[in-house]
Ligand binder design. Sequence first.
Ligand SMILES: [Zn+2]
Ligand SMILES: [Zn+2]
Length: 280
Amino acid sequence: MLADAGIGEWGFAALVEADGHRILFDTGARPDTVLQNARELKVDLAGVRDVVLSHHHGDHTGGLVTLRREYAKADPEALGRAWVGRGIFLPRAAGPYVGMMTAVKSGYEAAGGRFVELDQPRELFPGVWITGPVPRVHPERNWPAAGRISTDDGTVEDNLPEDQALVFDTDRGLVALFGCGHAGVVNTLAYARRTVRDAPVLAVLGGLHLFQKDDATLDWTGDRLREFGVADLLGAHCTGLEAVYHLRSRLGLDRRHCMVGAVGASFTLDAGIDPLSLAR
Ligand SMILES: [Zn+2]
Ligand SMILES: [Zn+2]
């Protein structure tokens, strides 16, 4: 893979390949970033039917309509089914992406796409799980402070109730892929161990929204991840640069097993993390 291919942005998307099944997880921020990066990285999204959206924020849902429109030209099924957590369509009264899902929903459905809402874990393919909304057992508060949800009785704090992750049940343990991790990486992994399998967590990948956290919170998070057995950590998007290196140290990992994720980075079960040149 070319080390300098693709353009970066404040957004997230990942292509999952598992036992011949392919899933697009999140769709980037700007309408055509993922479309262009897929071309540059020589990743063909044709034949991918399922999209999983981690939550409603525009840095994860901004490319959905463009991608659906483009790929549906050749294949009406392409990217035609979007799995979302219950709560994603709640009306937002304040926050960075008020009105975002209303626009994404109408655009996607007008392009022939269909949403499937989850309120509990769902095994999409054998061993490939979408968590659905995650119970907030531990006091993680990994979401933007300004968000509000409209209710009949006024507004309430938006803790991203729909936030969900992908979990892969492999013979070496669980692998988890996060969008922003607003439900909390510890809450999500604890829930996965309860609902998917009570196994060690081999790898944590994606955005963990820890970039504003203080050292005490990062210590606590690192200690929980260590208890879960985390051996690989690719901290992308909103994880935060300082947070990645803090967790590396707290988890006792080395530079081959914990690093910052960027455009084109990958994780495979056999080879582990390939961050490309710059993050190595
Ligand atoms: Zn995000
Ligand atoms: Zn977010």
